[in-house]
Design a protein around this ligand. Sequence first.
Ligand code: F6R
Length: 604
Amino acid sequence: MCGIVGLVGQANAAEHVLEGLKRLEYRGYDSAGIATLDHGRIHLHRKRGKLQGLVDLLREQPLPGSIAIGHTRWATHGRPSDENAHPHRVDDIVLVHNGIIENYLELRSELTALGRKFESETDTEIIAHLIATTPAKSLVERVRATLLRVQGAYAIAVLSPSEPDTIVVAKNASPLVLGISETLGIVASDIPALLPYTRTVKILEEGELAVIRPGSIVITKLDGAPVERAARVIDWSPVMAEKGGHKHFMHKEVFEQPRSVVDTLRGRLSARGDDVELPDTVVDMVARASRVMITACGTSYHAGLVGRLAIEELARLSCEVELASELRYRHPLMGPETLTLAVSQSGETADTLAALKEARHSQSPVLSIVNVLDSSIARDSNQVLYTHAGPEIGVASTKAFITQVIAFYLLAIGAGRRRGLSEARARELVRGLRELPLTIEEILHQEPRIIEIAASLKAARSALYLGRGYGYPVALEGALKLKEISYIHAEGYAAGEMKHGPIALIEPSVPVVVIATQGPLYDKVIGNVQEVRAREGKVIAVVTQGDRRIREMADHVIEVPAVDPIFTPIVATVPLQLLAYHVADQRGTDIDQPRNLAKSVTVE
Ligand code: F6R
């Protein structure tokens, strides 16, 4: 997804902005560009493809100046190309933009009637034309007047030689963070780009503009009203956002999971460690609801599927899970009695945000499970349960999923205690939760074995993942991980559905990964494994340590420690993350930035 970085007040500003853009690469992009101002002139480079193209261009032709804006673009309007890459220059204006302008066709015909010519297929260029043709005294006034005419989502950063030490930024539904520094002016769409310069930030809110100069930031509303915004200190160190010795961010993040689980649990268990202690405001929302509607996308949706099972089982509450991209266009019967539970790592996913707004519109209270602090979904919810997973840089979600699932367990136990869950069962579950970090460590030690199994999978063209009960969301998540990073086609299925269709696919060249850990549905899963074997399918099974029955039927087994069956999604997903990772690594794919994918999907 698109990234923005702007900096003023330092020589070779383009180099600094480039470093910032590198820190946003994880968001996914298809082209990049930087503009600077120097001696009353705009200097500009734009390049399709990875940042290396821009790096080479800057080495050959450096961009002079102590003020720069830069952008990584993920194509929405217009294909990835040099011309469509940002920044866009029109007359004395140069700008970068994240988001989508909804009334772009209308504005484009208006500008065409005025004789304006366009050089790109983007909606962004329209904003540049509008600012360029707006007569006003200062740059901020020109931007303000333009934005009053623009509908849609945007975060923009604008430069003009008319004000050579000023960056004007504005936002509506796309994130922008302002860095606080005594000498610099710095802004970015995401925190990691700011960390080398400052850890003190101000978050720009909807419909606000900021004028950034070296050592100074002035925030106003679109109508010009002044805004006071408290600064926040970000406790992520720059190293936390780096790979820390791992080959890929994804690998690092898989190995961070024991720590992330500790962070999610921190401060949320009683001092004696035998009960859940969440804020009453959060638990009440769940405990008092008549029903729960969980909504999310992708991996977060899979966490939601686990959440439903846990909330139904422990809190005995009727619970549905719906993809946010579907929920937002349905006419669900929701009102104040239905709790909407939105789940998102980034907190910026456009579909989830839209579903949440629909829910609020129907008077449904919204609780969200979010990783990124102060993100749009967090800010738009009545209550937030942060997962505290830390920055997730790899595009494929790993620690975010595990911590979302942990957050659901906390909610289900907390609400369950108010709805009849026994103290003894809650104590047993909390003990299980506290043991999970060590259990995950133990699973991670099996990496060498998983690397061997990955070698047997890497040539496959297609794979099936099967699970039942708590194993079903794991099957979906395991298949998603494999397909998104290794590009092997993979389907996750409820094992009981196999004979209703997918069994037709079984043959020796289609490996079948089965979640077959101990639990109430173990015997049923054994039946499914036998069906696969009978058709000469190759079976890779995730089993509980010491399992003998499946060992005899499966080609490969991955053993995981015995846990309460409710925690199956934790212990069975971790090895499947590693399996997908090593298959992808052996196939040599771009693991942290798989093709066509973006970390934070801020457009529909
Ligand atoms: C898959 C993945 C995506 C995200 C989805 C939702 O590995 O990362 O499927 O889970 O785009 O993103 P968030 O959780 O940021 O709303």
